[in-house]
Design a protein around this ligand. Structure first.
Ligand SMILES: NC(=O)c1ccc[n+]([C@@H]2O[C@H](COP(=O)([O-])OP(=O)(O)OC[C@H]3O[C@@H](n4cnc5c(N)ncnc54)[C@H](O)[C@@H]3O)[C@@H](O)[C@H]2O)c1
Length: 250
């Protein structure tokens, strides 16, 4: 239960779904956690859950698509806990579902800003701290939608593919600085996002998309994130880790 002892982790989108499960698991394993989210209620609830379980956490409100907010959340982390060992760029939105010719331009801009530009900004402003500290871990939540054609998902799939390749090149740029950079590609995970897309109770057709016979749980992704954030994965960098119940193996 101490796989992240002494570590400081900043997790975006920490107020719901995969982000909340990761914040709680990281804290359980000894990390001091900064929960960043646009939604104050959800973020503060995650901090209360961590405190109730005896962990250490702090909330910062941030819109990850805004440079000033990203810089402020990193500053908050360093001022509160003295360093930043792990940045988990996890916040994201699904955007509309529409074939490309009908895909709204404003929605395109918004989804790219929140799902891709956010990752660039997080990396850009955390790297100087990590270089100064002598290393760190950057993790992002991409998606299987960034690996295979996913009709109707326009900007979302383009953004997630961008996150995967940004992960590769930034890993190469900073490998010599002891900064590891990886991303996770989840399949369909039962979170509020998936409920918005598929409804409260996904039908059998949706579940059958997952060869393993069930949807993923936020905990399945948090478990992978814990491994990638910890020193147990010290030889892993520049890679998309597919945790998808077999979705892309078809
Ligand atoms: N659920 C899935 O099936 C699935 C599959 C693949 C990838 N993902 C990815 O996993 C990540 C987490 O998704 P989830 O399923 O937990 O969704 P979720 O909707 O439950 O949680 C997303 C969180 O991000 C926050 N957020 C949204 N926009 C933000 C912004 N601009 N700034 C800061 N925070 C913001 C929301 O307030 C929310 O707390 C996302 O990047 C998503 O694309 C999810």
């Amino acid at each position: 239960m101490d796989r992240l002892k002494e570590k400081v982790a900043l997790i975006t989108g920490g107020g719901s779904g995969i982000g909340r499960a990761s914040c709680c698991l990281f804290a359980e394993h000894g990390a001091r956690v900064v929960v960043a989210d646009l939604a104050v209620g959800g973020g503060e609830q995650t901090v209360r859950d961590i405190s109730a379980a005896g962990g250490q956490a702090s909330f910062v409100r941030a819109d990850v698509s805004k440079s000033a907010d990203v810089q402020a959340m990193i500053r908050h982390t360093v001022e509160t806990y003295g360093r930043v060992d792990i940045l988990f760029n996890n916040a994201g939105i699904e955007g509309p579902s529409a074939k490309l010719a009908n895909y709204d331009e404003d929605a395109w801009e918004r989804v790219i800003a929140i799902d891709l530009t956010s990752v660039y900004l997080g990396m850009k402003y955390v790297i100087p701290h990590m270089v100064q500290q002598g290393g760190g871990v950057i993790l992002s939540t991409a998606s299987v939608a960034g690996m295979v054609g996913f009709p109707g998902s326009g900007a979302y799939a383009a953004a997630k593919a961008g996150v995967i390749n940004l992960t590769r090149l930034v890993a190469l740029e900073y490998a010599s600085k002891n900064i590891r950079v990886n991303c996770i590609c989840p399949g369909i995970i039962a979170t509020p996002m998936a409920q918005r897309v598929m409804g409260e109770r996904p039908d059998d057709r949706v579940v059958r998309l997952e060869p393993i016979g069930r949807l993923g749980q936020a905990q399945d992704i948090a478990n992978a994130a814990l491994f990638l954030a910890s020193d147990e994965s010290s030889f892993a960098t520049g890679a998309p880790f597919v945790i998808d119940g077999g979705y892309v193996a078809r």
